[in-house]
Ligand binder design. Structure first.
Ligand code: PFF
Length: 411
């Protein structure tokens, strides 16, 4: 669960969102959304998955055949495919920066070019090959190593970043909320970011939970995942933002923010021995690539599984087809940062929010209370008191808040 949650959403997307929406206030709202709204949705998806022991489409066929709720299953194919079309572009940037970190010769951040397309193809092709060979287990072992490594590296980067001259302003920016920046779009983006970061609203947690044994406590898994995920995001914020200010970069620079900022940090590390900066940069981008790869593989897998099971084509053909579909879908985003931003915002703030709302409504209002209770309390043996709070959040608070926030996005 932590493997799917922790990814580019934490290292790349969270810092740039914080910069776009003005710092500390966004972080506060994000934490509020993550624990009060996303966590109940995490539980809702876990209940659906573990109850049915099936992927999102299969789960909805079992629980509510031939009904409107099938949409939840369909979204689980559509949304990841759209997301991976630009996720793999960011994966490509990471590959490029990994290559450039040897010798620390980072070029200007130029996300609109043919180079970006080339690296996107490399990243996407490797992801599709992994899915074709079905070596997800190997990738999982790899990510068990890369996530702790990333943790150590991000702490080292944060220490350097915090000690750069002029970094103080960045710290202020992260801890002092500026209430005048409050607006509806900011709250909608914080909510969308918390869905994105926890991999909610697209059936991923449904599928993952279908593999979880009946003895496992899904409430504590959810809390643990949300805490680890939030910790990584905030650490990334502290690693990036002070350096943004120290290097005189605009915090609202958008999706390129970490790629513009980190080279400054790496070259500031041990200036007399530049190989230290090079080594840390290479290790960092390599771990980011692995973290991104574990995510892109699961995003691609849903589409491939659908093609194999529904259209009865071979797995390798399905991977090849998915590769081209995703590549074509992403073409506009590679060449236009405006379209990139639109696809990114639409998929997180609209598609994920819609998917999350459906999941929470389904579990809160359509499923029998006893079934939900059985899953969340392991048949009455755990979380008996917290169940009442969770169920209340599931039925009332989360859906109402999601609708209000969603609407405020457009006002
Ligand atoms: N949660 C991932 C991240 O924060 O990078 C993004 C993601 C990966 C979402 C895989 C969904 C998913 F299936």
């Amino acid at each position: 669960m932590a493997g799917t949650a922790i990814g580019l959403g934490n290292f790349w997307r969270f810092p740039y969102m914080v910069g776009e929406y003005g710092g500390a206030l966004f972080i506060l709202i994000y934490i509020f959304c993550a624990f009060l709204m996303s966590l109940p949705i995490f539980f809702a998806e876990s209940v659906i998955g573990r109850r049915t022991r099936a992927n999102a489409i299969g789960a909805m066929k079992k629980l509510a055949p031939h009904s409107f709720w099938q949409v939840l299953g369909w979204l689980s194919v559509l949304t990841p495919t759209i997301i991976v079309s630009y996720y793999s572009i960011v994966g490509g940037w990471s590959v490029q920066y990994f290559a450039e970190s040897f010798g620390l010769r980072f070029g200007e951040f130029d996300p609109d070019g043919w180079t970006a397309l080339g690296f996107n193809v490399i990243f996407l092709a490797i992801s599709c090959i992994i899915v074709a060979f079905g070596v997800n287990a190997g990738i999982e072992k790899f990510s068990k190593l890369s996530i702790p490594l990333l943790f150590c590296l991000i702490v080292i980067i944060a220490i350097y970043s915090l000690n750069m001259p002029g970094a103080k302003e960045g710290v202020q920016y992260l801890v002092k909320p500026d209430l005048s920046k409050f607006n509806g779009r900011m709250v909608a983006s914080a909510l969308g970011q918390s869905f994105y970061s926890l991999s909610l609203g697209m059936g991923i947690i449904i599928t993952y939970s279908s593999y979880v044994s009946k003895e496992e406590n899904i409430v504590s898994s959810g809390v643990g995942t949300a805490m680890a995920d939030t910790l990584f995001a905030i650490l990334a914020g502290f690693a990036i933002m002070p350096a943004v200010f120290a290097a005189g970069i605009e915090p609202s620079a958008g999706p390129g923010l970490i790629f513009q900022t980190l080279p400054h940090v790496f070259s500031a590390m041990a200036p007399s021995a530049s190989w230290v900066g090079s080594a840390i940069a290479a290790l960092f981008f390599l771990s980011v690539i692995v973290a991104a790869m574990t995510s892109s593989v699961s995003l691609i897998e849903v589409g491939v599984a659908f093609l194999v099971e529904e259209l009865k084509i071979s797995r390798s053909l399905a991977c090849l087809l998915t590769f081209f579909i995703v590549l074509v879908l992403g073409l506009a985003s590679v060449f236009s940062s405006k379209i990139f931003g639109l696809v990114d915002a639409f998929s997180s703030n609209v598609l994920l929010t819609f998917g999350a709302l459906l999941a929470v409504l389904f579990v809160g209002w359509k499923m029998k209370r006893e079934d939900v209770q059985d899953e969340l309390t392991n048949c009455g043996t755990a979380n008996r008191r917290s169940f009442k709070v969770i169920y209340f959040l599931l039925r009332y608070i989360a859906p109402i808040a999601i609708i209000v926030i969603f609407v405020s996005n457009f006002i």
